[in-house]
Design a protein. Structure first.
Length: 189
């Protein structure tokens, strides 16, 4: 997304779309189709986001996109639906849960590859509480949004858990390992 700043009104429109997409999903089994012509340019340009759902401060679903491949409003609708109904860690959301769901949207900046020669070199380039990271090696891939730093504030722990999420051993190292950083604009209901 070229314009990373979204004003309060635009953020509220995206949060409303996310909630409407979940409600639409409960009724139809499909995400809401947002018409690009109904929204301003900042919301219709390609964008990537994660939609996180919680109930009573407990995770209820989190699905997202790492790269901007569709209009941001479409990404929000699709990811809100997927978070509610397709996160494999949870059963599909039930209609009696909708009123208790809290929605948070994280809009991502484009991925920026980090060039490093060793794990220590990589660690020196990571900014806790600021960087989201994508780690990949072959078909192994995992990401943590910047908000995960709140639960894993130590760089070593953060990277070890990210390796595990990618399906790699926590002490894994390879010259083919790649890492990307990104930032997020986070807003919530």
């Amino acid at each position: 997304m070229k314009n990373f700043n979204l004003n309060h009104t635009q953020q509220q429109k995206l949060l409303t779309l996310a909630r409407l997409s979940i409600a639409h999903g409960l009724r139809t089994g499909r995400p809401l189709h947002a018409s690009v012509g109904d929204y301003d340019a900042a919301l219709t340009q390609p964008g990537a986001c994660f939609v996180t759902l919680t109930i009573d401060h407990e995770l209820r679903g989190c699905i997202g996109s790492l790269e901007a491949q569709r209009p941001l409003i479409v990404d929000v609708c699709e990811n809100a639906f997927a978070s509610a109904f397709r996160d494999p860690r949870f059963p599909p959301l039930r209609s009696n849960e909708l009123d208790n769901v809290h929605i948070e949207i994280s809009v991502l900046t484009p991925l920026q590859e980090i060039t490093f020669k060793s794990q220590e070199d990589l660690m020196n380039q990571i900014e806790p509480f600021k960087n989201g990271l994508l780690l990949e090696d072959g078909y192994h891939r995992g990401t943590f949004l910047p908000l995960v730093w709140e639960q894993l504030p130590d760089k070593q722990d953060f990277l070890a858990h990210l390796k595990r999420k990618a399906g790699l051993p926590t002490n894994y190292w390879s010259d083919t390992l790649r890492c990307y950083r990104y930032h997020t604009l986070i807003f919530e209901e």
